[in-house]
Design a protein around this ligand. Sequence first.
Ligand code: KMH
Ligand code: ZN
Length: 297
Amino acid sequence: MTSNSSVAARSAGAPEPPARPAAAATLITVAPTGAESDKAAVPALPVTLDELVATAVECRAAGAAVIHVHIRDGDARPTLDLGRLKDTVRALRESTDLIVQLSTGGAVTDSFEDRLAVLDAAPDACSLTCGTVNFGEDVFMNPWGFVADLYARTQALGVVPEFELFDFGHIATLHRLLSEFGLPFGGHVHCDLVMGVPGGMPGNAATLVHAVAALPEGATWSATGIGRSTLPVLFAALAAGGHLRVGMEDTITYARGRPVVTNAELVERAAAAADLAQRPAMSPADAREMLGVPDYH
Ligand code: KMH
Ligand code: ZN
């Protein structure tokens, strides 16, 4: 039996709940490809432009409003080739009304120069990781100077950044960016907690609540959990009033022993959970309004 005093002691040490109103709808971002999985090992991964467009159309129908895009070359290897990036932005805009968010993280092997040049493909939005993080056996490099240059470039070129936060120090860097450079293009701060990367913050409810409490006032946020943390993070994010990112960049296993067959089934599952939470999937038009992303269609 738990005494009242032990309950009081526990709640005194517990983190403050985030004082943020829950959104009426849930923004679902799909991250269909990533840079890490190998097409030979994961045949369902969309790697060609045709596969990516077909995935985008399916995921839009299933409830996605944003697509976070990594592209591959003719041999299905990650690339930041500018011509391919421009073709990708154009094709996704022609075939869907999704917000097209290009990854500036790329692969751990990509140069800072190539990652900065991603913005020349003129996407609606881009990811912007707010610090270096151990990434399994690798290191995903994001030193302050690069992060600041990339942020200034998003402001100059009119690209709306999504702040990718893999660890708590990244939240401190986000505060520093905002205080030194001001608000992003579009005027609104939206973050994505990327949880469960080996080397980053763990993907569980307690960590999520602490991280959300540290975000800038007025920021909206989504969360994604890598691998086994996918479902705990999804349910924690919904419970805490946040938005969702799902997709084969983050998980290639739908359930124990059952590989993901399509990105759309991950979006469908997220949309069903959002329905249960009575915050159904947000349309791309409403997502543009929330995020401050102009419509270039
Ligand atoms: N592929 C990771 C090294 C992003 O897209 O901005 C970085 C990443 C983050 O996926
Ligand atoms: Zn990514």
